[in-house]
Each structure stands twice: as structure tokens, then as C-alpha cells.
Design a protein around this ligand. Structure first.
Ligand SMILES: Cc1cc2nc3c(=O)[nH]c(=O)nc-3n(C[C@H](O)[C@H](O)[C@H](O)COP(=O)(O)OP(=O)(O)OC[C@H]3O[C@@H](n4cnc5c(N)ncnc54)[C@H](O)[C@@H]3O)c2cc1C
Length: 807
């Protein structure tokens, strides 16, 4: 075994082998994979080998498509058969709600280039004769589904990697990982030591244990998973004979099961409600090519549905039940990327669908390691989407919930019950007592809307029970004054003698003067967005920034990677040590004047001013800005003051009819101002010009900010896309994001977010289209299977002249 390598990949499952292959293919040859046993000795060897392109996140779906298309390449390069059979498949809906969901999947698939098509039950029955058509209301045909040989694929990656110069060391167990003072990693094995610049944890079932070697507790948990294989079935033989093909795949969402042909019989896998985690605390090192004890009682309720939906199963015997463990992250998507605070340490684990996702994970990670950027939008898989709050118990609760809902519908207004109440702010119970219906963002409970007694969300794709109440909240803001909680924003404090110079390089905007704020796009080297913040310059060389709450870890990783080594700048994520409230509306200044001695007149405290002032008895940092697009203030305070500030403002606002509003009303308000948000309109695949943020980019500032050269090029070339606002002819449902935008009979763009703008009385969609057609007027947006007319809205629906905002 070599003693030095550029990269050590730990784990010879499908994911580690894919990472190794992609690193070698991308040009890094001095790479070695260490496997404690034979290759495939974790969850890989007993996988059912199914693969499919659909995923709740469109960017993950793209990488799944890439994975499936890659198998030909590795088979040719390695000479190792992968056993790939593309059979096609049907996605079956037993309810109308499921069919609505599937229509959304088809619409998404159109702009992702996936070959999906809605078909009738009769057609589904023709394609997959084993179904009982009476059990279903409709289906979607997917031409890219198929299955493969898990071991063949893994060995094909490994062989192809070796051919490109990579090395594989089997029976080499990593026992410890130690960081040297020079930043290199000592990877200590049972056969000696390798010193590496980079380490990739692709430990699969043991990724947690490998993480612990460097003090990292990864939010992953293994679950037992069962599938059965039947005896040979005459119905299968008949289909094979009459079509000359294998029986196609089927996913039965309402039964939470999947099926495919296995030799002369069928394979049926279940995601049962009464699921069971495996090795909850520590994975035993002596587990290898073994299976777990099958437990047919546990999956019996799922099988009952399966046998009813596919009646031929009732007449056949079960030949074998496979039970094996594999790992999940709390949301079921992989954990990929660099680990914050540990330069050179990478993860590629929690991959629950290794044969659909392994290729994409390897590609993204190798790009990231070699080019410094994953090359795609991989937020849904980024390890930084979780923070320190993801305890083992939280992960356990969420993974079990996710497993039991693997194929369940999640309605746009549905909040899931597991892992709740973990992070709350001091006003949580006060707001709950006023009817707050909470959702969760980055583990924190956030008020979505306020419900009268006896009313709650009825889950639906269409406008629901909250609609009139959210309308009421919006009305309070636009006509009187509204108050909302904003603690879920990420807040940062930047200090140090080098802070100004550093921020001028990190952020693309012109930095504000003392006592002022500005909007601050942050770019990557390729000129695309990696963040958008509000930045304020406070007295005594201190800077305050607010940004997307869910991206706190993601942005801290980026900031820390770019901090100067001389210690002249420090940045701190304030998390819940600073909490917030926001007030907005035409009467808001009158309310504020009642609770502070500070002069908050427009002259003394204009739009984008910021100062520390007392509210009631509490010292607060108050900025004159509001995401509602109205006259408003964001108020930041220590958590011990939040109850006092809330009660003070509510009491002062009573005479003006102050109302509480939640994030759904905020969405309705910001839509009519064309305000985008991080994770929706602003993502690392868009340039500032494309996203309409170019007016905040100081192209001419002397500082050589990150991404400047590329941003200048984008400005010159005009980029490729444009973010646009559309008004839709929608009557009982509004877009939520990821719907297809049609123009001239073709899908040309996608929706990033939308909803009903109650004050303007319009159904609004924001989305990207190619710049060549960005000013056309004959768009349609596909919503729940129908193409609805969508007209461009060129100016904000509300306060287009900024009179309210600046008044
Ligand atoms: C019953 C069942 C059916 C499934 N069906 C499908 C399916 O149809 N389609 C699909 O896409 N997925 C399926 N899966 C999931 C799939 O198996 C996983 O997504 C995949 O195996 C994950 O691969 P991995 O490389 O991340 O992890 P693993 O396969 O667990 O590999 C990790 C490797 O790392 C090695 N290792 C760990 N620690 C060390 C160390 N310290 N030193 C050296 N080596 C180490 C282990 O020995 C192991 O070989 C199924 C899983 C099960 C259990």
C-alpha cells in the first residue's frame, strides 16, 4: 500500500467506487480506495438493483438521470458487465390526490428532459398486466426505469478507475484518522498508514463510525429493508412470451411498494409503516456479507395491499425474503460535500438509492474536489443543509418517519410531525396561544399562519382552509400594521481590523456607510450566486448580516474557507443568540413611535437606516427594511428580551389594529414586490443578471470581489436566462415551484416559487425562461395537468414607485 496519496476514499461500496472512478476520470490519478473487506461489503451487495430517475428534488433527479446513462460508459471502459436492463416502468396512483402529484412530476420531468407521460389506467394495465385496474385511477409511464447487477456495477466502477490509474486496497480497514499540524490527514489502517491531502468518507453503513474518528456526528441511520422474491409465475412467463420483453417496473405509491421481474418470478419491496432501525448507536465492525432475519409480520400490511393491487401474487409462493440494512439522512437525500471546519475532509454517504444516485454523487464530489465547485446545484444533497442541532435522536425520529413515507404524498401545505419542537424561540408559546400554526425551517419552529379555534390545514394541492385567514393577515399588513417573527433568518457578526477589506472581496455590492444597510449578493468564482444578504455597517467596526436561515452552515463553510489566515477577521453565526421580530404596514411608524424615544421619522431614520434603539425597556438593533415590501422595520434582540418586545409592540399596536402574520402571508406579500428568496429564485446556478440582482452588484468598485471577472462577462453576454414574474389564470390552486413554463408549444422554463398575492388578488409565479423569449407574452404554466395562461408582470404589483417603502 502506498504511504502518500492525494486522496484516500474510505469504502468500497457503490458510492466509494463511483467517487474513485470520477476522481480518476477527472484527472486525479494519485487516488486510493481503502475497503475493510471485499468490495460491496456494506449495503451494496444485497440491494434490489432498481434504478429510476424521479426524485422530489429536480436537481437530484438530473443526477439520477446522469447515473443511469453512465452505466454504458463504465461497462465499456472496464469490460465488466453491469447487468443493466432498461425495462421502463409505471408509477401507479390509487387516488386522485396521488394523480395530482404525479401530474406535477410529469410537468417537472418535461424541463428535466425525463421521458414521463400520463397514461390511463387501461394503458397502465396494458403496459403492466399484473395490476388490478380497479385499484387505480391513473398512472405515469417512465421509459428510463430499470434494474442492474449491484455487484457488477460496483466492480465496473472500480475496474474502470484502476484502468485510469487509481488504486484499490481491499481488506484494509481504516481504524483512525488524524489531522497533522500541516493540514494533511493521517489515515491509519490495520496495514499501515497513508498520508493524504483529502479524505472521502464513503463508509456507507459505517459512515457514522468513520465520521466519529474525526469528531463528526453525521445525521444518518441505517434501516432494515425487506423485499421478497416469488416462485416462478405463469403470468410472468405469459407476459414475457407475448411481449418478448421483461415485465416492466412498477411503483405503487399508495401501497408504499415497488416491483420488478426477478428471473421467472417477481420481486416486491416494501417501505412499511412499522419500520425498524438497525444498529441505532454503533454499527458492528464484524457485520459483512450477512442478511438480517426476515420479519414477514412487519411487512404484512404492505403485502396485503400489494397482493390486492397485483392479484397474481395471491396465487404464487414466496421463494425468499431478503432483509438488509441501508442508511438514510433525515430527509432521505445523500450527504455530500466538504465538511465545515475540516479542510480536506469530504463526505459521500447517506446514499439510500446508490444505483440511481451513486454516479451523480461521484460526479458532483469529484468536480467539487478538483474544480472547487460541484458544477451543479446540489443543495438537496449538500451535507451543510444540516446544522449542529441534528442530534442522534432527531435523526432517528426523522429517518423513521421518512422511511415510512418513502412514497407518500407530501402536500405543499403539509408539515411533518417527527423531530418537532427541538428548536423554539422565547415567544413560541405566546404565538401558539394566538393560533400560530408552525412549520419548521433548519429545525426551528416558525409560524406559518394564525388559525382561529377549530381550524387547521386541510392538506391539499389546491387552496385550502388557511386561504381566508392568510388573506386577513395580508390585509392587516397592507392596511394597518402587521407583526411577524423573523428569528429563522441566519444572522452573522463580522469584526476585526481586516473586516471591511474582506467583506469588500466576499460580497459583490458596494459596502454601506455606518448606520446604513444594503442588499448584498455574494458570488462564486464562476460569477454565479452563492448567497444574498442584507449587510449593515454598525459603529466601532462591527458588521451585521442577515441571510437565509436554512443556509447558515452552508454560508459559514464558505466564509470560513475564505477567511484570511492572519486572524484579522472573525465571523460568527449568531444563531438564536439574536432573535427577531418584524413590523410593517402604513401605520407602523405610529406604533414604533409609541415604544421608543428614538427619532424614527423618515428624515432621521430613512429607508435602509439601522441603529440600536430601545423598544420598551429592551435594547434592539432596528433596521428600516421589510421583506413585505412595505414601510417596515426588522428588529433584532437578545432572546431574553423577545417576549418583552413582542408584548410591548402588540400593546402599542392595539389601537391601530395590529395583526400577527406568518410566513405564508409574507410569501404573498413579497410576491407582489417581485422579491426573490434564497433556495428558490437565487441558487448557485444563476448569475446576478439572470436573477435580476445585477443592480446590487458594484461592477465598478475597486475591490476585486470574488466572481467579478465572470460577472462582468455575464453582463456583457447577457447570460442565458431571465427571472420573470407571471400572473396566472388560476382559479383554485396556485403554483408552488418546479412547474413547467411553456412557450410556443414547448417547455422553455421552470417556476421557482409562487402563490396567491392576496392584496393584489392575483395568482403569481416567479420563474426562469431563456433570455431570448423573456419579453414574450404568450406563456403558459402547467399546473395540476393543465396549461394555464401566464402573463408577464413587468413592474411590481404593489408599490411600483416605492412610495410606501420609502415614505
Ligand atoms: C434490501 C435492500 C434493497 C435495496 N435496493 C436498492 C435498489 O433497488 N436500488 C438502489 O439504488 N438502492 C437499493 N438499496 C440501497 C443501496 O444498497 C445503497 O444505496 C448503497 O448500497 C449505498 O452504498 P454505499 O457505498 O454508500 O455504502 P455501503 O454499500 O455500505 O458501502 C460502504 C463500504 O465501506 C466499507 N467501509 C466502511 N468503513 C470502513 C473502514 N473504516 N475502512 C475501510 N472500509 C470501510 C464497508 O466495508 C463497505 O464496503 C437497497 C438496500 C437494501 C438493504
Amino acid at each position: 500500500m502506498k504511504s502518500h496519496a492525494k486522496v484516500v476514499v474510505i469504502g468500497g461500496g457503490v458510492v466509494g467506487c463511483s467517487v474513485l472512478y470520477h476522481l480518476a476520470r477527472h484527472g486525479w490519478k494519485d487516488v486510493v480506495l481503502l475497503e475493510r473487506d471485499e468490495l460491496t461489503s456494506g449495503s451494496t451487495w444485497h440491494a434490489a438493483g432498481g434504478m429510476h430517475t424521479i426524485n422530489g428534488d429536480p436537481n437530484v433527479a438530473k443526477l439520477q438521470k446522469y447515473t443511469i446513462e453512465l452505466y454504458k460508459e463504465i461497462e465499456e471502459l472496464s469490460g465488466q458487465a453491469t447487468g443493466v436492463h432498461i425495462t421502463g416502468g409505471v408509477l401507479l396512483a390509487a387516488t386522485e390526490a396521488r394523480m395530482d402529484w404525479l401530474r406535477g412530476v410529469v410537468a417537472k420531468g418535461r424541463y428535466l428532459g425525463l421521458d414521463l407521460e400520463e397514461v390511463s389506467v387501461e394503458e397502465a394495465h396494458r403496459l403492466m398486466p399484473l395490476i388490478d385496474p380497479k385499484q387505480f385511477v391513473g398512472a405515469v409511464r417512465n421509459s428510463e426505469d430499470g434494474h442492474l447487477d449491484p455487484s457488477g456495477v460496483t466492480h465496473a466502477y472500480a475496474r474502470a478507475a484502476r484502468k485510469l490509474g487509481a488504486e484499490v486496497e481491499r481488506f484494509t480497514k481504516v481504524e483512525d484518522i488524524v489531522r497533522r499540524p500541516d493540514g494533511l490527514w493521517r489515515v491509519i489502517t490495520n496495514k499501515g498508514e497513508v498520508v493524504a491531502e483529502h479524505v472521502v468518507n464513503a463508509g456507507g453503513l459505517w459512515a457514522r463510525e468513520v465520521g466519529r474518528m474525526v469528531g463528526l456526528e453525521l445525521p444518518i441511520l441505517a434501516m432494515e429493508h425487506m423485499y421478497l422474491i416469488t416462485e416462478d409465475m405463469p403470468e410472468v412467463a405469459e407476459i414475457n412470451a407475448s411481449t418478448g420483453k421483461e415485465v416492466i417496473h412498477a411503483v405503487d405509491f399508495d401501497g408504499e411498494l415497488y416491483l420488478r421481474q426477478e428471473r421467472g418470478g417477481m420481486l416486491m419491496g416494501t417501505y412499511e409503516k412499522a419500520n425498524k432501525p438497525w444498529s441505532e448507536v454503533t454499527t458492528p465492525w464484524n457485520f459483512g456479507h450477512e442478511l438480517l432475519e426476515p420479519d414477514i409480520d412487519r411487512i404484512a400490511p404492505s403485502l396485503e395491499v400489494g397482493f390486492r393491487h397485483f392479484p397474481a401474487f395471491q396465487k404464487t409462493g414466496i421463494k425468499q425474503i431478503i432483509n438488509g440494512p441501508f442508511t438514510f439522512a433525515p430527509d432521505g437525500n445523500p450527504l455530500v460535500g466538504p465538511v465545515r471546519g475540516m479542510p480536506g475532509m469530504w463526505v459521500a454517504c447517506g446514499v439510500m438509492a446508490g444505483f440511481s444516485q451513486g454516479g451523480g454523487v461521484g460526479l458532483a464530489l469529484s468536480n467539487w474536489m478538483i474544480d472547487g465547485d460541484p458544477g451543479f446545484d446540489i443543495w438537496a444533497m449538500d451535507v451543510a443543509r444540516y446544522g449542529d442541532w441534528t442530534s442522534m435522536a432527531y435523526t432517528n425520529a426523522k429517518v423513521r418517519e421518512n422511511y415510512s413515507r418513502r412514497f407518500s404524498i407530501r402536500f405543499p401545505n403539509e408539515e411533518l410531525p417527527a423531530g418537532r419542537g427541538l428548536r423554539t424561540t422565547p415567544v413560541y408559546d405566546l404565538l401558539a396561544a394566538k393560533g400560530a400554526q408552525f412549520g419548521v425551517a433548519y429545525g426551528l419552529e416558525v409560524p406559518l399562519w394564525y388559525a382561529p379555534d377549530g381550524v387547521s390545514d386541510a392538506f391539499s394541492w389546491r387552496r385550502s382552509t388557511d386561504f381566508p385567514h392568510v388573506a386577513g393577515e395580508v390585509k392587516a399588513v397592507r392596511e394597518k400594521v402587521g407583526l411577524s417573527e423573523i428569528s429563522s433568518f441566519a444572522k452573522y457578526r463580522v469584526t476585526g481590523q481586516g473586516a471591511e477589506t474582506w467583506l469588500d472581496r466576499m460580497l459583490a455590492c458596494k459596502l454601506p456607510a455606518e448606520g446604513r444597510m444594503t442588499l448584498a449578493p455574494m458570488l462564486k468564482e464562476d460569477g454565479r450566486l452563492i448567497g444574498d444578504f442584507t449587510i449593515a455597517r454598525l459603529p466601532a467596526g462591527e458588521w451585521f448580516m442577515a441571510g437565509s436561515g436554512i443556509a447558515e452552515q452552508y454560508h459559514m463553510r464558505w466564509f470560513e474557507q475564505h477567511l484570511p489566515a492572519d486572524g484579522s477577521v472573525s465571523i460568527e453565526a449568531l444563531a438564536l443568540s439574536k432573535v427577531g421580530l418584524s413590523i410593517a404596514g402604513p401605520d407602523v411608524r405610529k406604533v414604533l413611535e409609541k415604544v421608543t424615544r428614538a427619532d424614527v421619522s423618515n428624515k432621521a431614520f430613512p429607508f435602509m437606516a439601522i441603529a440600536t434603539i430601545d423598544i420598551g425597556m429592551a435594547p434592539c438593533l432596528v433596521g428600516r427594511v421589510s421583506y413585505t415590501g412595505d414601510l417596515g422595520y426588522e428588529i433584532w434582540m437578545a432572546p431574553e428580551h423577545q417576549r418583552h418586545v413582542l408584548q410591548t409592540l402588540l400593546a402599542a399596536g392595539e389601537e391601530f389594529g395590529i395583526g400577527l402574520f406568518g410566513s405564508r402571508a409574507l410569501n404573498a406579500l413579497r410576491l407582489e414586490k417581485n422579491y426573490g428568496s434564497w433556495g428558490r429564485e437565487y441558487r448557485p446556478i444563476y448569475g446576478p443578471l439572470e436573477a435580476g440582482l445585477d443592480r446590487f452588484v458594484a461592477y465598478a468598485k475597486p475591490a476585486d470581489f470574488i466572481g467579478k471577472a465572470a460577472a462582468l462577462k455575464e453582463r456583457e453576454s447577457g447570460g442565458k436566462l431571465r427571472l420573470r414574474t407571471f400572473i396566472m389564470d388560476a382559479t383554485d390552486a396556485d403554483v408552488i415551484g418546479d412547474e413547467a413554463i411553456w412557450h410556443d408549444g414547448k417547455v422553455r422554463g421552470w417556476v421557482t416559487s409562487g402563490g396567491y398575492a392576496h392584496h393584489s388578488g392575483k395568482s403569481v409565479a416567479l420563474g426562469y425562461v431563456p433570455k431570448e423569449i423573456a419579453d414574450a407574452d404568450d406563456f403558459e404554466i402547467e399546473l395540476l395537468g393543465k396549461r394555464l395562461r401566464a402573463r408577464l408582470q413587468r413592474t411590481p404589483l404593489f408599490d411600483a414607485n416605492y412610495e410606501r417603502l420609502r415614505g
